[in-house]
Design a protein around this ligand. Structure first.
Ligand SMILES: Nc1nc2c(c(=O)[nH]1)N[C@H]1C(S)=C(S)[C@@H](COP(=O)(O)O)O[C@H]1N2
Ligand SMILES: [Mo]
Length: 258
């Protein structure tokens, strides 16, 4: 996967650094975070005197890369993300994308079909009618965005693990890749795809998912940062190849677990 070496616009770098530091072995991690998780901490960690932003960026990417492996290995597939009472739901839940809300894609419900492919048994696409007939669950969980905000929302849909089962998916494959209507994409690891709280969401609150939150499908995974939760999902592939993603290709930590 190509990693482009340029600063990532709009990103709270200290959050990225903290995220990357999370699974460093103690006591390095504690010292790192106590150090303010900034340039000083990077110097401490690498033993190099990092004087300019470019080197800091490089080191950050290296830690981040190391972390993809370490986090995947340490990820406990059964550990649940925190859930909240409905009273904690954030009113005025934020919209976020790499473009303004007015540019959000408009998917036509009547003609929509979810394309499914890769290592699965049945490649027949899914209409909304068939998707809505699947068994559904509701979760009230927190979405955390790397840009420095978080919000609690309520989503309803089918467990991705249940959907994969119905597709006859090879769940020993490494990844699930999501394609979105406007060109966004995300690759997630199979343990996350099979996590009980990873959901193909059709509703936000008590309404059919509105356009701004990803109509017709958002893949909600509360164990991952916001950017790993694709909206406007139009395609899904089970694969052994890391197909990357919109932000991952620009250097975001691939695993981005919480
Ligand atoms: N298709 C698509 N999905 C996307 C994005 C996007 O730009 N396009 N942005 C991601 C980011 S960075 C975040 S934080 C969440 C925001 O979801 P929300 O608009 O429902 O709050 O969507 C994620 N999924
Ligand atoms: Mo985000």
């Amino acid at each position: 996967m190509a990693r482009i070496r340029r600063p990532i616009p709009g990103v709270d770098k200290s959050l990225l650094i903290k995220d990357a530091a999370k699974l460093l072995p103690d006591p390095a991690r504690r010292a790192f975070l106590r150090g303010g998780a900034g340039l000083g901490a990077l110097t401490f960690l690498t033993g190099c005197d990092i004087v300019d932003g470019v080197s800091a960026e490089k080191v950050l990417r290296k830690i981040s890369h190391f972390n993809d492996g370490a986090q995947a290995w340490l990820f406990n597939p059964n550990k649940l993300a925190q859930t909240y009472p409905e009273s904690a739901i954030t009113r005025q839940f934020p919209f976020n994308a790499y473009y303004p809300e007015s540019d959000a894609p408009e998917v036509d419900a009547a003609t929509f079909q979810l394309e499914v492919g890769g290592l699965i048994g049945n490649k027949e696409p899914w209409t909304l009618e068939r998707l809505y007939a699947l068994p559904q669950e509701t979760q009230v969980t927190k979405l955390i965005c790397v840009e420095g905000w978080s919000a609690i929302g309520k989503w309803t849909g089918v467990r991705l693990s249940e959907f994969l089962r119905r597709l006859g998916a090879d769940t020993t494959a490494k990844y699930v890749w999501f394609q979105c209507a406007e060109g966004y994409s995300v690759t997630i690891d199979m343990p996350t795809a099979l996590h009980p709280q990873t959901q193909l969401s059709f509703k936000f609150g008590d309404e059919i998912l509105p356009r701004k939150y990803g109509f017709p499908i958002k893949c909600r995974m509360p164990t991952k940062l916001g950017f790993k939760n694709p909206k406007y999902v139009i395609g899904m592939h089970v694969t052994n190849k890391d197909l990357g993603g919109y932000w991952e290709d620009q250097g975001y930590n691939w695993f981005s677990g919480l």
